[in-house]
Each structure stands twice: as structure tokens, then as C-alpha cells.
Design a protein around this ligand. Structure first.
Ligand code: HEM
Length: 452
């Protein structure tokens, strides 16, 4: 059987519909046309799948037939051949090299740094608020915080001073990368258009920061962190070149902070809209953490907070689309996938499909109680992907998000500014388009009711 072709507009096909709101477009596709849908973006066929068995087939069982899709070309312009964008033997070697940094034991060692950075952010809020409720964009704050944490834990450097310039450059580069594949009128990056020049300037800024990190470590050595391991790594006597190191470091900095910051930002927005859930998070944070700095054992006990984060990741998965190109012809549930075809899996659409989720648009952290998780197929919830290319930083991200959420919630309440538009901006990640503007107020002292 062939995938179900959805009729589109003349010439452009579904291009504009997908541009308008990609995640909702994917969800509508599955709801209206079933689990094997073929869209057309101009002359390019784009196959979307919705059956969890097919998801498993592509990402896990027959992953060797599926490589990252051609649409990662834009990201490759920015991240080069780092872990997210590389393939084959090079990817395998780099993944093996980086893996030891993300074992549970190593992650435990990051708790103190994460806590110290969160404390510093809270002190900064206190200074800025001077006792009055502080108005801020919590998305921006979370980006700053996760950026600093990734620098300190994985590279051993404090990037606090660079956050602003780096963030601006990254935004420019990622926007460019996104447009590069989405916009059929993009000119190659070497053509000196204003846009391309801005991209080159942004890349020079990113390279400058990363280059400094690498050079300093090459000269000084030491440190058993990710950067230290990459710098020291040899492959049959060959060290990684500066260009390879740059790609890996930039990849980790980019993949390791924006996704988690998005997850936290959406979580804050949801908590503000669901005060009863927010009060439970606050009560759990107080009873588990008390007043002191969190320990790794504390984090394991933040069970409700973890369910809240998982539910926020369901509704707003920062990686809302995962794409592969088939190397050889294949069949998914009896539907033909031609060689070279793009197959897309949308965590956003799977996470909101009514076949798997009752009241899919509602916010209900208890969906992630173990007994309810056991009722669902494994491959309908994919915030971190699956198979050999599953997110290497999933444990890192969950630990970090729990720690930040609990440390802030035990003392502060974040309330959305009335009327603030909460709209998703689905680029390479699913960001809040207008940030998340909140007012920060001190949480009142614990009451017996709240702890119930
Ligand atoms: C909530 C936060 C995060 C989310 C939702 C997320 C999501 C994902 C997803 C879905 C993939 C797989 C993409 C695919 O199969 O095409 C992935 C890959 C990856 N992630 Fe994450 N991620 C998060 C945090 C992190 C962190 C904290 C780090 C590093 C410290 C990280 C580093 C990576 C890397 C290096 C890859 C590529 C792995 C490979 O292909 O071998 N991520 N991430």
C-alpha cells in the first residue's frame, strides 16, 4: 500500500500550511488522515507516521536503515559534524566518547554546581526586586541559567559574562538554519546577502567563544569533564582536530541548554495557570529539600515535580519533530517507504493524539503515575527520542529541571502577567514566541493544608 496522499495547493502543496503552525499541522494530519500520511512541500514528499510500532521500527528496530533527514542540513551549517548531526562511524565513536560523562554517577556530581547557579540566579532576583514583586521574562532567565550550568558542568568554564552575546548569536544562527531548509528561496550561505552576512557574523561569535574554551583546555589540560575527555581523546593515535572539537563543544552547548530552558519555561507557564498543581510542587519542594541545598538523593524523591515536568514535556516537547531519510526501500505497517524518502515522527502530535491520551489538551501530571504509564504503548511519548540516537542528555535535563523548579518553587511563586500571549514558536525547538512574562512573589510560609 502507498501512504495516504493528502491533496494540497497547486505547486506549493502543503508548504504554507506547515509553515503556519507545524506542530498543529502534524497533529491534524494524523487525526484526519490516519497513521501513514504523505504531504507534499512543493515537489518534496514528506511522510508522517503515527503508529507507535512504526515509530519503534524507524528509531529502534531498523534504525540502521534511517539516517537524519536532509532537513538537518541547516543545522549542520551551524553545528557541523557534532553528535546531533553526524552519522555512521564518526557518530558512533563520538557517542562512545561522550557517554561516560552522562552516567548516573557522573550526573550526581553536577548537583552542587547546578544548585549554586540556581542560588546565584535567586540572589540576583532578590537584588533586582528589592523586596517588591519582580517582573521578568522567565524564559530568558531559564536560558541564562541553563547556559551557565552547561558551561560549568561540561566544560568547566563560567560563561555568565558571555550569555548575552552568545544567546543573540545563537538565535541568529538557529533562525538562519531553520529558514535555510524551510524557505525554498534561500540563497546558499556564501552569497553575500544581508541575511547571510548576519549569519556569518553570528557564527564568528559562536566560534570565538568555543575556540577560546578549546584553546584554554589544550594549553592547561586537566579536568575530567566532557571537554577534557574530548581534548584528550585519541583514535588510533589521532587527536580530534580543532574543527571537530568545535563542532562537539558547540553541539553540547546548544543541545544542552535551550531545550531544557524551553521545558522549564513552559512548565512555569503551566504552573501559573494551574495553581493547585503549583501548590503541590511548592509543598513537595519544601518537605523534600527543607531549607538546605539539594542532594542527589533529594532529587530522586521529587516524584510529583518529575511528573509535572514530564507532563509539560508532553504538551510542549522542545523537540517537536524528528525526521529520518530511508536508505533502502522499506515497509511500515504494510505501507511502502521508497528509498530516499523522508519519514517524520512528531512527538507533539503523538503526545496529543486522543487515541493514547484522554483529554489530550488538558494538563494532568498524574498521567505519569507508574500505573498509568504502564497502560500506554512505550512509543507514544518521545520527548527525548528513542533508539541509539536517543538524547544523551535526558538524565541530565530531568535532574536539572527538577532541581531548578524545586529550588525556585520552595520560596517563590511565579504568576503570568495578565494578558501575556503564550504562543509557541516552532523552529528547531518549540520556544515560547513572546517569552513567558511573570511576576515573582515570595511564597507564603508553609501551611498544614499546602503540605497535605
Ligand atoms: C528537556 C531537555 C531536552 C530535550 C527535550 C531533548 C530532546 C532530544 C531529542 C528528541 C533528541 C533526539 C533527536 C533525534 O533523534 O533526531 C536529542 C538528542 C540529543 N540531545 Fe537532547 N534534549 C534535551 C536536553 C539535552 C541536554 C541537557 C543535552 C546535553 C547536555 C542534550 C544533548 C543531546 C545530544 C548531544 C543529542 C544527539 C544524540 C545522538 O544523536 O547521539 N540534550 N535530544
Amino acid at each position: 500500500m502507498e501512504f495516504v496522499r493528502v491533496p494540497g495547493r497547486p505547486l506549493v502543496g502543503h508548504l504554507f500550511d506547515a509553515w503556519e503552525d507545524g506542530p498543529r499541522f502534524m497533529l491534524r494530519g494524523l487525526l484526519e488522515h490516519g497513521d501513514h500520511v504523505c504531504f507534499r512541500f512543493a515537489h518534496y514528499d514528506y511522510r508522517l507516521i503515527g503508529d507507535p510500532e512504526d515509530v519503534r521500527h524507524v528509531l529502534v528496530r531498523h534504525h540502521e536503515n534511517y539516517v537524519k533527514s536532509r532537513n538537518y542540513a541547516g543545522l549542520r551549517l551551524t553545528l557541523g559534524e557534532g553528535l546531533v548531526t553526524s552519522e555512521g562511524a564518526h557518530w558512533k565513536r563520538q557517542r562512545k566518547l561522550a557517554q561516560p560523562v552522562f552516567t548516573p554517577r557522573r550526573l550526581t556530581g553536577f548537583v552542587d554546581t547546578m544548585a549554586a547557579c540556581t542560588d546565584a540566579l535567586l540572589e540576583d532576583w532578590e537584588r533586582r526586586g528589592r523586596g517588591a514583586p519582580l517582573a521578568l521574562d522567565v524564559h530568558r532567565e531559564m536560558m541564562r541559567l541553563t547556559f551557565r550550568i552547561v558551561g560549568l558542568t561540561l566544560m568547566g568554564v563560567d560563561l555568565e559574562g558571555e550569555a548575552q552575546t552568545f544567546a543573540g548569536a545563537l538565535e541568529e544562527a538557529l533562525h538562519f538554519a531553520n529558514d535555510y531548509v524551510e524557505n525554498p528561496l534561500s540563497l546558499p550561505p556564501w552569497v553575500p546577502t544581508a541575511r547571510n552576512r548576519r549569519f556569518r557574523a553570528a557564527m564568528a561569535t559562536l566560534d570565538g567563544t568555543v575556540g577560546r574554551l578549546v584553546r584554554a583546555r589544550r594549553e592547561e589540560g586537566g579536568e575530567e569533564d566532557l571537554l577534557g575527555m574530548l581534548v584528550a581523546a585519541t583514535d588510533g593515535g589521532e587527536r580530534m582536530t580543532d574543527a571537530q572539537l568545535r563542532d562537539e563543544v558547540l553541539t553540547m552547548v546548544v543541545a544542552g541548554h535551550e531545550t531544557t530552558a524551553n521545558a522549564l519555561s513552559w512548565t512555569w507557564a503551566l504552573l501559573s495557570q494551574h495553581p493547585a498543581v503549583a501548590r503541590r510542587v511548592e509543598a513537595e519542594a519544601r518537605s523534600v529539600l527543607g531549607d538546605g541545598p539539594p542532594t542527589a538523593a533529594d532529587l530522586d524523591r521529587l516524584e510529583y515535580t518529575e511528573r509535572v515536568i514530564r507532563e509539560a514535556l508532553r504538551l510542549h516537547p522542545p523537540v517537536w519533530i524528528i525526521e529520518r531519510d530511508a536508505l533502502a526501500e522499506d515497509s511500515l505497517g504494510g505501507y511502502r517507504v521508497p528509498a530516499g524518502a523522508t519519514v517524520a515522527i512528531s512527538p507533539y502530535a503523538l503526545h496529543r493524539h486522543p487515541r493514547w491520551w484522554a483529554n489530550p489538551e488538558g494538563f494532568d501530571p498524574d498521567r505519569f503515575l507508574p500505573e498509568r504509564v504502564a497502560e500506554r504503548p512505550r512509543y507514544v511519548y518521545l520527548p527525548f527520542g528513542a533508539g541509539p540516537r536517543v538524547c544523551i542528555g535526558a538524565g541530565f535535563a530531568l535532574m536539572e529541571a527538577k532541581l531548578i523548579l524545586a529550588m525556585i518553587a520552595r520560596r517563590h511563586r511565579l504568576e503570568l502577567e495578565p494578558g501575556h500571549p503564550l504562543e509557541a514558536d516552532p523552529g528547531i525547538t518549540l520556544r515560547p514566541r513572546h517569552g513567558v512574562r511573570v511576576r515573582v512573589r515570595p511564597a507564603p510560609p508553609a501551611t498544614r493544608d499546602a503540605a497535605a
